[in-house]
Write a protein that binds this ligand. Structure first.
Ligand SMILES: Nc1ncnc2c1ncn2[C@@H]1O[C@H](COP(=O)(O)OP(=O)(O)O)[C@@H](O)[C@H]1O
Ligand SMILES: [Mg+2]
Length: 264
């Protein structure tokens, strides 16, 4: 049991990603020598300046791009096998809902693509809408939802296939501060209750500290891991934690590690 628990659910070993460079084009090294192990149930944030390769790292795990060197493993599988097994859920800044489908049908879409029977997939989609707090909007069209509700629907959709790891790429970056605070709080509770493993990208050190067990700080391009902050704040977390000296200390540490000239 202990031995099993110590095997990372997600691991990056010596990952380099170079874009371009074919036929004399300019090559961009986006990531250099990334080593990172993430345990099951862990909430890890990636933080670093724009262009440091945060999205690139998520894309490697999700098999959207192949690394130029190194290996990624998801529950022991290669990214392509993990993709076939739907081990990875993805949430983007733009919820990217299908505007011509009602919310329930949007959330049920991945299960539909898997060939899950209609009654089963709709039951699961309803359960997820309840979980993310928008059950009463199942018959709404995406355009009728606020930005925060669209992101909730997008999270529900990503959870539908019960992925082992949830990748969230600046999911709340376009939301107003009040909605963002609220979703931070709810995501924290949801991740804990569902024992989700989350890799979360954000520009906000406050958001990263609030949500995470560990915050991975990356350098400007080529992206390397420069520091990892262990967030020793108690759980469950409430917004009150943000008033504590420890929270503020960790945020200052994060800001310092990110360096001068980079602001939220
Ligand atoms: N498809 C691509 N082709 C060429 N360069 C890319 C591509 N995607 C990203 N890059 C470059 O790689 C670097 C890292 O990008 P990205 O992972 O999107 O950074 P972040 O998410 O941290 O802002 C950037 O310099 C970006 O311009
Ligand atoms: Mg990005």
């Amino acid at each position: 049991m202990t031995a099993m628990a110590s095997i990372p659910i997600l691991s990056f070993k010596d990952i380099d990603v170079v874009y371009g460079g074919e036929r004399g084009t300019h090559a961009v090294t986006a990531l250099k020598a990334i080593d990172l192990d993430i345990r099951e149930g862990e909430f890890v944030s990636l933080i670093g300046p724009s262009g440091c390769g945060k999205s690139t790292l998520l894309r490697v795990a999700a098999d959207l791009i192949k690394p130029s060197a190194g290996t990624a493993r998801i529950d022991g599988l290669s990214p392509s096998d993990a993709r076939l097994n739907r081990e990875i859920g993805f949430v983007f800044q733009d919820a990217a809902l299908l505007e011509w489908r009602r919310i329930l049908a949007n959330v049920a879409l991945p299960l539909e693509l898997q060939g899950i029977p209609k009654d089963k997939r709709l039951a699961r989609a309803r359960e997820l809408l309840r979980l993310v707090g928008i059950a009463e909007f199942e018959n709404a069209w995406p355009r009728q939802l606020s930005g925060g509700m669209r992101q909730r629907a997008s999270i529900a959709r990503a959870m539908s296939t019960r992925p082992r790891v949830m990748m969230m790429d600046e999911p709340f970056g376009a939301l107003d501060q009040i909605t963002r605070d609220r979703l931070n709080l709810e995501l924290s509770a949801l991740a804990e209750r569902e024992k989700m493993t989350v890799v979360f990208v954000t520009h906000s050190i406050h958001e990263a500290i609030f949500l995470s067990d560990r915050v991975v700080v990356m350098s400007p391009r080529p992206g390397r891991i420069t520091e990892v902050i262990d967030v020793d704040l108690p759980r469950p977390r409430t917004l009150a934690v943000r008033e504590t000296p420890r929270f503020n200390e960790l945020c200052r540490l994060g800001e310092r590690l990110l360096g001068e000239g980079f602001h939220d």
